[in-house]
Design a protein around this ligand. Structure first.
Ligand SMILES: Nc1ncnc2c1ncn2[C@@H]1O[C@H](COP(=O)(O)OP(=O)(O)OP(=O)(O)O)[C@@H](O)[C@H]1O
Ligand SMILES: Nc1nc2c(ncn2[C@@H]2O[C@H](COP(=O)(O)O)[C@@H](O)[C@H]2O)c(=O)[nH]1
Length: 182
């Protein structure tokens, strides 16, 4: 398989970032105007920046794509995605459905689209445990049905339900030899 980018997508708190870590590929770090959560590190989890900075990057043509997600701006820089498109090593990225469509349009068969699903109630419980308030939970789960529908375009959908993380991790790790990762 000539894959250069593994794209994770799915509803909020479905487990995308967790499975991305278990796959163990270098991550493309995207940009966001939202504040860091506890434990998140600038340059590792995201490039955290003011909205104005991201808008300037957009206007200067430095972003491949941007997306408004629950009141914040997110985006993938052209530089980061071009490195993946140029075959400079296999990478992974976590994107919302609009970003995933752009990555697929750019990379075609070189993008492996992995969907992550969990029940709405499971996502809700995880968001609560993450410290989100009721308003944030409602806003994030407002897109749940649409985000689940968008998984139809994925190459593989992995269910990361409660008590099923180990199983989901095994499935993700089983992809490593197929992707040529030792
Ligand atoms: N299968 C699972 N069972 C139980 N807890 C899980 C499972 N998968 C992930 N979690 C937990 O749920 C929370 C959200 O997981 P994660 O950050 O991977 O989700 P995400 O899809 O990347 O979320 P978001 O898009 O909101 O950033 C984390 O605390 C994580 O440890
Ligand atoms: N289209 C893009 N979506 C992105 C990007 N970086 C992250 N995301 C998606 O945003 C939501 C919310 O993320 P969170 O960290 O605040 O929970 C999630 O679906 C991510 O996949 C991006 O650069 N472009």
């Amino acid at each position: 398989m000539n894959i250069s980018l593994v794209v994770f997508q799915g509803p909020s708190a479905s487990g995308k970032t967790t499975l991305q870590a278990l796959l163990g590929l270098p991550r493309i770090v995207t940009w966001t105007s939202r504040a860091p959560r506890e434990g998140e590190i600038d340059g590792v989890d995201y490039h955290f920046a003011e909205r104005e900075t991201l808008e300037r990057m957009m206007n200067e043509g430095k972003m491949l794509e941007t997306s408004e997600y629950r009141g914040h701006l997110y985006g993938t820089s052209l530089a980061s995605i071009e490195a993946a498109a140029g075959g400079d090593g296999l990478r992974s990225i976590v994107l919302d459905p609009s970003g995933a469509r752009v990555a697929k349009a750019l990379l075609g068969e070189r993008a492996l689209m992995l969907g992550v699903s969990a029940l709405r109630a499971e996502c809700e419980a995880r968001l609560l445990a993450r410290g989100s308030d009721t308003g944030q939970i409602t806003a994030r789960l407002a897109g749940y049905d649409e985000e689940i529908s968008a998984l139809e375009s994925c190459d593989l959908i992995i269910r990361s339900g409660e008590g099923a993380l180990e199983r989901a991790g095994e499935i993700v790790r089983a992809l490593r030899p197929m992707l040529g990762i030792k």
